[in-house]
Design a protein around this ligand. Structure first.
Ligand code: PGA
Length: 260
């Protein structure tokens, strides 16, 4: 894991956007794995800016989202279909038929999840997966005790996640209890992973994920087994890391490092 700490959330988003742009510039038909939530908003904004002002081209890109609430139609303002359209897809030139998001309204969840996994494989796998992290250490909706080999499936959300996400709904009772989510095993098969976290409330989950033992109690910790993960943080989210000085040292020494 490489840990890249920026002073502000805005700088964190820009650094992560450059990583994604780098993938697109070397592989224009890249497959992107996308996340929702408040964390990646700045990243999507910066990618949209790079598209408009610097010609970053998404015309051959395919995308797969991590998860979707069960029971919310795509037109619901809190569905992840709606989120992606409003915050990203409508600002860039990804062909609509190349965008995949788990269905929250299918009549057969098991068959849908198997189809979703197959679709990712048929597209050649995910080149770069963007991730946020929950305060309980979840990636996608892989709540604590999820198998670290899990695949796309129906998941019951933890009560702490429902509490965290209640801010987006009028009442807590409206937060869906179930979601379809890619599994930890699905995520680990991505070529590259970009994990983002900002704010003090993520500091503990990040310290456990990056420096703690690998455990299903913090599913982000499974990323320690992934060969190409970069963790982009702001100062607050990095505030409980013990190895902070080392991460900054690596960053500062990078310009002189031998080329691999
Ligand atoms: P957030 O959610 O970006 O809204 O904090 C992250 C997550 O739960 O994965």
């Amino acid at each position: 894991m490489e840990v890249i700490i920026s002073k502000t959330s805005e700088a964190m988003s820009k650094a992560a956007a450059l990583e994604v742009a780098d993938v697109l510039n070397t592989k224009p038909n890249a497959v992107l794995g996308l996340a929702t939530g408040s964390t990646p908003l700045g990243l999507y904004k910066e990618l949209a800016r790079l598209h408009k002002e610097e010609g970053l081209n998404f015309s051959q890109v395919t995308t797969f989202n991590l998860d979707e609430y069960v029971g919310l139609p795509g037109s619901h303002s809190q569905s992840y279909h709606y989120f992606m359209h409003e915050n990203f897809f409508k600002h860039v030139n990804i062909p609509t038929q190349n965008t995949f998001i788990p269905s929250g309204t299918t009549s057969n969840y098991k068959a849908f999840c198997a189809w979703y996994e197959q679709r990712i494989a048929d597209c050649g796998g995910i080149d770069v997966q963007i991730l946020g992290i929950g305060t309980d250490g979840h990636i996608a909706f892989n709540e604590p005790t999820s198998s670290l080999q899990s695949r796309t499936r129906l998941k019951t959300l933890a009560e702490s996640t429902i509490d965290d996400n209640a801010r987006f709904f009028d009442t807590r009772e409206e937060v869906p209890i179930y979601a379809i989510t890619m599994g930890v095993g699905t995520i680990l098969e991505s070529q590259r992973i970009v994990l983002l976290a900002n704010g003090k409330n993520k500091a503990k989950a990040i310290a456990e994920a990056v420096e703690g033992p690998i455990t299903s109690m913090n599913t982000a910790s499974a990323l320690q087994m992934h060969g190409s993960t970069r963790v982009f943080l702001d100062d607050e989210a990095a505030s409980e890391l013990k190895m902070r000085e080392y991460y900054d040292w690596v960053r500062d020494k990078k310009p002189g490092a031998p080329q691999l």
